[in-house]
Design a protein around this ligand. Sequence first.
Ligand SMILES: [Mn+2]
Length: 617
Amino acid sequence: MFGFFGQENHPFGSKIDKGTARDNTTNIAKCQDFSCARLVYNLNMSKQDTKTKEKWSLKEKFPAGFLSDSDFSDLEKQLLFTRGIQNVGEAEDFLNPKYEDLHDPLQMKGTPEAVQRIKKAVDSKEKVLVYGDYDVDGITATAILYSVLTDLGLEAEYYIPKRDTEGYGVNTDALGEIAKAGAKLVITVDCGVTAVQEVEYAKKLGLDTIITDHHAIHTEKDKEVLPDCVVVNPKQKTCKYPYKELSGSGIAFKLAQALYKEFPDKLVNGQEKWLLDLAALGTICDVVPLTGENRVIAHFGIKVIQKTKRAGLKMLTEVSRSAPKDIDSYKIGFQLGPRLNAAGRLETAEKSIQLLLTDDENEARMLSLELNKLNMERQELTQRILSEAIAEVEKKSKKAKLYLLKGKNWPSGVVGIVASKISEKYLKPVIVCEDKGDECQGSARSPKCFNIIEALEKSSEYLVRYGGHARAAGITVKKEHFVLLENKLLELSDDGIKEEDLISEYKIDSETSLSDISAETFKFLKKMEPFGMGNPMPTLVAHGIHVETFKKVGKSFEHLKLVFADGRAKTNGIYFSFTGDGMDFAKNVDIIYQISENEWGGRKSYEAKCIAIRESK
Ligand SMILES: [Mn+2]
């Protein structure tokens, strides 16, 4: 079906020819050598974190007979098994995603009605506005829908609220402005599913609304509470759409797909694939599971980015010291994502959207450099607030299973990042708020063991606004209700979180000795990409290994380079940010590791990236 378009117009025609090396910060030129391993490791830096307990646990082993009618090796079988694959057919689908695997967009509840309403807008030349959000998912969703509406010949505009003054979601002041500017139809992306009153208000202004969103739907006595308009959100109970985990940009892409079907005279069927780069950015940065349809979107979206035609994405990869052809899910999540998010965190998301939409190379270069600068400012700000917030945590009771924190001059743009870092450190749900005087506005992050959106729903009497998912949410709370909210949440977390949930656990896919890793293994790992939530990079364990040499590397010698020997072969290893003071490398060790590719002087090799190390028993 791709034959119609020349290679030039073909978003994922050719195979990726090159493996992508992971970005790391090791500064090889600067290193202290310890060629003798008979030394007790000692670093003149911070002591090991307070996180003392940790558990190494192997995931369940695949059962006898699993994928027996296949050529997969035992390690491959195990990796497929731990990703929920049940038979050879599913394994093939997983390893070879096909564009045709995407579901029919019209199956999604509300989509046929949304398409008809947009058709009416085209026929009567109405002005249409896309109402989005300031994070990567929100801006990519906005850019997707805005592009399609413009290509349909509509007079389209977009609106992104400002994080600090307006906050997340649809607000009535904005709707007033939008109506005044002459729009007749508002289509939300990545927000709006809780905007019941706002949609009523829009009606009074003569605005029609279509909601497209992927966030949790509020319920009252088990009944869904939805705005009274067309709602496209597969999480609706009565939605028969087979996949529920799409991101906001994923849903915007599905609506685009439907519009391509509906308007074959205006939109060239097949060309919607070029929008997958945006959908993949949103999908990966919103950390939805990379399973099912999300995996297909991410897989092909990365290919589109690798041959991107967007001046902005080209420049953004360049300022991230990378190249489009080397983009993978890791680089999207850790290099492109933070830069695209930076604008919305510190000022408005406008620059990021412009960057995604511009054809002009000079504009793209200028915007990329600005986003890069904003991202550095964001990093400094995060560091400052993180240390202030940790100081607050240390004042709280050690028994608390949840932290609700607030601070003045904690900009709402970075409280989410701070919350997630603290939550990772203490393995507890954390809400970090900016104290804005009468109100506090914050972001919540929660480990798997606790459903934060359910807890907020149970505490809604103390909240002005809230919304989100099981593991991430946003809240607004009146200052006089802050302590009441804290008490309620502490009570809920006390009941909901068990002591064993507070132990950090390494979940290991397989016990595999270093000498069993081959080029074949690496090839298979490549086929398992893109990695992320729901499909983590395989984590392996090896026991009783001899450390032959090690040396400190990196700007402040914070990393460790090692050579392991397991009796059959020698393997290079790297341990980033090693903090294991007192480790005796004269004794044999066990390691938890991932396999990464290393390119040095044009030669490719594999190395073990250590996640954890301990003396063998
Ligand atoms: Mn989202």
